[in-house]
Write a protein that binds this ligand. Sequence first.
Ligand SMILES: [Zn+2]
Length: 327
Amino acid sequence: MGQRIGLDTVVREQGARTDGYLDFATKPDGSRFRIPIIIVKGRSEGPVLLADACTHGDEYEGAEAILRIARELETREFAGTFVGVPALNFEAFGAISRSSTTDGLNLNRIFPGNPDTYITQRLADAYVKRVVKYADFVITFHGGGDVLHLEPIVGYLPAEDEAGKLSRNMARAFGAGYTWRMQNLPFDGVSVQAYRNLYGTPSILPEVGSHCDRLHGRDRAVGICRNGILNVMTGLGMLSGAEPRPAEGLRDVELHYLHASNGGLQTLHKKENELVRKGEILGTITDVFGGEIEVLRAPYDGVVIGFWSVPVIRPGDWWYLFAKVLD
Ligand SMILES: [Zn+2]
């Protein structure tokens, strides 16, 4: 079914692989707003797996993994079709920016988009209707980007129906130490919600990659994404092999975003994977004279998944990504 994704420009066609672009608008300089797409066909029939990255332009680990996988699959036997979108928000990707630069919108708050309004709305709409629609399963990569540390965690929308079960199975098969039951989210317009509502597509949202790890841990993070894609493909029967086993000590969690109320120099008192009791201090903020102006305490017994990793924090920024362990 991968052939139903119509590319506007084909850049390269070689063997089982086609690289090209889907266009959705012309810029003032005559160049195009476009989405780069890689399609690799397996040797036998099977599902279409779509993997995308850079919905947020500064989250690159999934992008690198998609490029690795596409190269590997050119010569590897598999069933179905792999569709890789390494830079979904291509403008933000090039600008090293979380959000779009033209209209300032955060792509992962506006799905399923709108074909008649702002450019990021048009991007979401074109992607959903021209690409996601033809996918049987989706992996949409996120990460810590430029300001957060995040432990690898794989999001899925909980539901008792078939799509919900398949999503949870994909999340467990991915192989990270945490699965994230995406309930009680403080925002809407998230990609996986739209895919679910529009097409019932089982989808997962892995968060892999950390601002802190980019110096020495980049290859490891990309490797986690790569292995995760392969594990999901094996779980879906696209690759032969034993059913992937969930990670040792896997925890299923509900993630909460704890914001800073004030700006200043912040200190992290608890680090990734630490189990914290309700009321224990997570972080403190001092002003420019060294005076303590804010203390953040754990709202319940939980575990630290991530945190703001830049020494300065601003009022309203995400400070801790703290999770309740459900299972
Ligand atoms: Zn993201």
